[in-house]
Every structure is written in C-alpha cells, then in structure tokens.
Ligand binder design. Structure first.
Ligand SMILES: Nc1ccn([C@H]2C[C@H](O)[C@@H](COP(=O)(O)O)O2)c(=O)n1
Length: 179
C-alpha cells in the first residue's frame, strides 16, 4: 500500500453526516431530555433562514418555580391548583422566549409534539412560518383543532418530520482522545 497517500476514504467527504432537518429535530429531542415532566417530555428548536439554530426550549416550570415544589401530577379537575397544566411553560413557548435574535420572522420550528392552541398563537405572532413535528398524539383534541384552525388561517405550514436516520446515538466516549 502506498503509505504516502492516506486511504481513499480520508480524502472524500464523510457521507454519514446528519441531514439538516434531522439535525434540527435531534436538537429538539435532546432539549426534551431536560424536561422533568414525568409523562411527556417536549423539546423545540427554532431555525432561521440560514440554517442557524436561534432558540431551543423544553416544557418546564417558570424560573424560580421549583421542580420539587410545584406539582407534576395531573387530575381531571381542569381548574385544580394541584396539577401541572396550571404552571408548566410549553416547549414551544420557552423556545420563543429563549430566542437569541431580534426577530423570528421567517423561521422554522422543530418540535417533538404538535403545538397546542396557546402555542399556535405565539408561533403565529412571532413570525414562525413552518412547523415540523414528530408526535400529534393530541390530534382531534379541541386544543389541537383550534391550533390547526389558526395555523391554517395564518398560512403557517406544518408537516410531520420524516427522519433519514431513525436513531442517533450520543456517545461521549466517541470524542475522547483520538485512539
Ligand atoms: N404543544 C405542547 C403540548 C404540551 N406540552 C407539555 C405540557 C406538559 O408538560 C406536557 C403534556 O403532558 P401530558 O398531558 O402528556 O401529561 O407537554 C408542550 O410542551 N407543548
């Protein structure tokens, strides 16, 4: 073998890189891993027209509202002060609030769960133009019907993300000192 020339494989572009949309949705999934919700962990990632990540968020209680004091339970009593829905900030809302840019006009939102009606209001008002989602588990629920009604009226596109790579492993050891 001609040792002066590295094996061909090191001369060519790596081929197993993440496609853009898988990269952005994986960022949303990773963000969801920060959620303390025992039932549903949601992550969101907002991307601008130059494929820059400008915001990420996950579902959780507001700042200074302790995850160990506020309730993570859920009950049928919609107005109960003892269930999470009264307090949790949705992942999409957190992403919008966390954005590091002055305007979200023309951006895309990658979210692990289809936005509810309250998030749809924020998405529309913030100028987000397209939504990619993984789960629509609340399809047919009132909040989702209202969400889609507003998104359709406002011309915000939404579609289910179809991953090129079904699984992405994060193994920190892979980045240890080169062997
Ligand atoms: N579009 C949404 C909808 C819900 N969430 C959050 C709110 C809760 O923490 C959780 C849902 O809990 P479940 O009803 O499944 O027990 O997901 C969100 O972040 N974005």
């Amino acid at each position: 073998m001609d040792v002066s020339q590295p094996p061909r494989r090191y001369n060519d572009k790596r081929k197993e890189y993440l496609e853009w949309n898988d990269y952005f949705m994986a960022t949303a999934v990773l963000s969801a891993k920060r959620s303390k919700d025992p039932v549903t962990q949601v992550g969101a990632c907002i991307v601008d027209q130059k494929n820059r990540v400008v915001a990420i968020g996950y579902n959780g209680f507001p700042r200074n509202c302790s995850d160990d004091e506020f309730p993570w339970g859920k009950s049928d009593a919609k107005q109960s002060l003892e269930h999470k829905y009264m307090y949790v900030v949705h992942a999409e809302a957190n992403a919008i609030l966390n954005s590091n840019c002055t305007s979200l006009d023309g951006t895309r939102l990658f979210t692990t769960l289809f936005p509810c009606n309250e998030c749809a209001k924020l998405i529309i008002q913030s100028g987000i133009q397209q939504i990619y989602f993984i789960s629509d588990k609340y399809e047919g629920h009132t909040a989702t019907i209202a969400s889609k009604r507003m998104l359709d009226a406002a011309g915000v596109l939404y579609s289910r993300h179809v991953p090129k790579q079904q699984k992405i492993l994060i193994d920190f050891a892979e980045f240890l000192d080169e062997n």
